[in-house]
Design a protein around this ligand. Structure first.
Ligand code: ADP
Length: 160
């Protein structure tokens, strides 16, 4: 049984993330989407909200589950009995950070493999940060995120 872990902040999940999850689920027996607890990033959604939203948004993919983790990713991977982490890549700007993380994780857990999946061209410009910025100024994000995210972003970020 091949299990892949797809970790991230997912604050909030976008259609770019969903696409990576769907494609990963076609390759692996099981995919664990792992929401990182990192209060330093001052998230808009709580970890519990993010987990609930992702569960709702990926209901149509049976071999995916959603969990949360604090601390080191390698410890969570060991707990899940997985040595494959999947990360999405958009632009070259993602690469430097991802390369550093992958090498560091390999130091900490030599069996760990980091696989990179290219974004679909139509999602290449999408990021959680940009979606929040658009929503904050009252712009339409319905084409970029699942419906439940668009609704909740409006409630949380639009003032007045
Ligand atoms: P983190 O804070 O760990 O970078 P994110 O939630 O921003 O978490 O992203 C999680 C993963 O999804 C990262 O590997 C990121 O590169 C990838 N990702 C984010 N947006 C997209 C997208 N539009 N297309 C493909 N991959 C993406």
């Amino acid at each position: 049984m091949q299990i892949a872990v797809y970790p991230g902040s997912f604050d909030p999940i976008t259609n770019g993330h969903i696409d990576i999850i769907e494609r990963t689920a076609q390759i692996f027996d099981r995919v664990v989407v792992a929401v990182a607890i990192n209060e330093e990033k001052l998230p808009v959604f709580t970890v519990e909200e993010r987990v609930e939203i992702i569960r709702d948004a990926i209901r149509h993919v049976p071999n995916v589950e959603v969990d949360q983790f604090a601390g080191l990713l390698v410890d969570f991977m060991r707990q899940q009995q997985s040595n494959v982490v999947v990360r999405g890549l958009r632009a070259i700007s993602d690469f430097e950070y991802e390369f550093q993380m992958a090498q560091m994780n390999k130091q900490l857990y030599p069996q760990m493999e980091t696989l990179f999946m290219m974004t679909q061209p139509e999602h290449g410009y999408l990021s959680s940060r940009i979606v929040k910025e658009i929503a904050r100024f009252g712009g339409q994000v319905d084409q970029m995120v699942p419906g439940v995210v668009a609704t909740q972003l409006k409630e949380k970020l639009q003032t007045g």
